[in-house]
Design a protein. Structure first.
Length: 278
């Protein structure tokens, strides 16, 4: 385990250096690439020329102080910010050799390929089974055997099958918080996406439930590419292969998690990791 010291906080210099991307990333195959991406909420600029690649079948953690743009960037990947009035973007987020912001992009299909798990567990007020197969239902799937097979596969993938197989038609709202979050993960992976986005998936969970979700994240990377936003430095150190540190809407440093936490190249990264600000 990485031990992270927490000295007295001090103010960080507002000077942000050019992004430092570590050379190890050049050896990775990127399943998605963010290119000079800029986002405005009305008159407020939230992201400033962010560029980074997300390595295939690895876990990438986005860290940084509240309001630094982590969740905004994550939600931009499958265009969940589209519903916010006044959002404007430039640059590109390329997936399967296409900018997801191209006018021809089918956002429903995009979100099947790039799933999302949110900060607060949000199962639908229906059965465990119907939650697990929800994406297939809205896509028009009606074959009972197909749905049954998909539900079991998704629940097994979310490490929830053994706990729910005898009550699949009971209410999802009767599950514990940790089980509900794993059900939301099952719902996200049922359409078999390539990428799974997680926005602080453990922030509303107790330590035991958090440990189960973290174990699940480590298992998921065998099949999925995972990008996770977290405020928990120890969590980022435990579950991720690569870590990207963001500050005031900019990517500051991006590299292997062990290096970022133990020997970062930039002073700003070290100050944040050591708790001197944020």
């Amino acid at each position: 385990m990485v031990t992270i010291p927490r000295p007295e906080p001090v103010s960080m210099s507002p000077v942000i250096p050019p992004t430092m991307t570590h050379s190890e990333l050049s050896r990775e195959k990127f399943v998605l690439q963010v290119e000079d991406f800029v986002l405005h909420y009305g008159k407020k600029q939230a992201l400033f020329g962010v560029s980074l690649g997300i390595p295939e079948k690895k876990v990438t953690a986005l860290i940084g102080p509240s309001g630094c743009g982590k969740s905004t960037l994550l939600r931009s990947i499958n265009r969940l910010n589209d519903t916010i009035p006044g959002v404007r973007v430039t640059g590109a987020i390329r997936y399967q050799d296409k900018n997801v912001y191209d006018p021809s992009t089918d956002t429903i299909r995009l979100r099947k390929r790039i799933g999302m798990v949110f900060q607060k567990h949000n199962p639908f007020p229906m059965s465990i089974f119907e939650n697990a197969v929800y994406a297939l239902r809205i896509a028009g799937e009606r074959n009972k055997s197909t749905l049954k097979e998909a539900a079991e596969k998704a629940l097994r993938g979310a490490a929830l099958w053994d706990e729910t197989k005898d009550r699949l038609h009971g209410s999802a709202l009767a599950l514990s918080g940790g089980q509900q979050q794993r059900l939301c993960i099952a719902r996200a992976i049922a359409p078999e996406p390539e990428i799974l986005l997680m926005d602080e998936p453990c922030s509303a969970l107790d330590p035991i439930a958090t440990a189960k979700v973290e174990e699940l994240i480590l298992d998921l990377r065998a099949k999925y590419t995972v990008a996770i936003v977290t405020h928990n430095m120890q969590q980022a150190a435990r579950v991720s292969d690569f870590t990207a540190f963001m500050y005031i809407g900019r990517l500051v440093e991006y590299g292997p998690t062990k290096t970022i936490f133990q020997t970062p190249k930039l002073t700003q990264t070290e100050e944040y990791i050591c708790g001197r600000f944020g």
